[in-house]
Design a protein around this ligand. Sequence first.
Ligand SMILES: [Zn+2]
Ligand SMILES: [Zn+2]
Length: 429
Amino acid sequence: MGGGGKKKNKRTKSKSKKLSGEHALASRYVNEWILHASYASPPPPPSAAAAAAAADEFLPPEAPRVPDRVVFELHSHSKHSDGFLSPSALVERAHRHGVKVLALTDHDTMDGIPEAMQAALKFGMRIIPGVEISTLYSSREIPGNGEPVHILAYYGTCGPAPYEELDILLSNIRDGRYLRAKNMLLKLNRLRMPVKWETVVKIAGEGVAPGRLHLARAMVEAGHVENLKQAFSKYLYDGGPAYAMGSEPSAETVVQLISRTGGISALAHPWTLKNPVAVIRALKSTGLNAMEVYRSDGKVAGFSELADTHGLLKLGGSDFHGRGGQDESELGSVGLPTASIYEFLKLARPVWSNAMRDILYNFAEDPSEANLEKMLKFGVRNKLNGYSSSSCVGGDAVDLCPSSWLATHEDIELENIRLKLASNNLVIR
Ligand SMILES: [Zn+2]
Ligand SMILES: [Zn+2]
């Protein structure tokens, strides 16, 4: 931010005047967090010619200035689950729609995060590593009769700590999805709507656990239904004739796991639940942090009050899949109030800092190649091109490696970690 610009830029009067003190504070806090990210990861210079042209025009690349409205998109899907776009294409589209901070929240996998992080560098955007976890809620009164509940998890730049705990949970869920898809296929066959397993797998894409949407697409392809909507409304809806239950973990377990691994949990689309109040009450008591309340059609009423009653943060996102079609909300279309983003970051940043500190300490204890690999899991490697653990090990590691991305400062006391690394190094030598 220049600060020396004489012309018009004295102050954008009308708007800032109206901001209440509180709002201004929240807005500054949020913007500073985003700007840190832009400074920490400046977009790479394109080509020499383009750079020269840019220099002529005196344009800073993706200028890190405070935007009027900060667009956070906290719910989106890529090809790694049932979305249609690759993570890079998703990031690019989000950028075109003014999104500054994007949470990629694929179903039960974080495999798309590294690619999204890499793509975001180009636009000076920030990625929040996220995941939407499939769970089941069973009320104590009616045991065994579980209701599917989706829980969003938001993590810091280095992801969950320890990563393994979440990873095992997610891969178990994915394995269960294969079984479930096969059961639904069986039911479709019985309903005389044969769909080939190979087709479903092909639609899902390599390594992607098939879900209902993939089955629905196969049904459209085979001509059993006219469109996806019909596939769901007639056959695949919860409890429908071709529906099969998965083997998801309980919602309570998942909420606890998210907070144990340094994440923030949010109940996704509570308006789809049969009994939202019971679910919210049960999950709040196990540590749920937030719930989705805002939608692009702005319907927040009852749920906003529910969130207030239970002391939950109010979030929301488009749940963009890239299906096309008119009823799909665009990336960035859910206008989150600055105050909500502020509350979210205020809660999340210390949690994320702790997780990062754990990861760093862990590395300092055992600065091995394998541990470095783990630490750089979410694409940080790309910013550290050329560094191997041998060039990272030692007192310099904090300067050379983690700090280059931790410069997105989550206020970690690096000094202790530095000492630890140095002492460890002495032992190694
Ligand atoms: Zn969902
Ligand atoms: Zn979703």
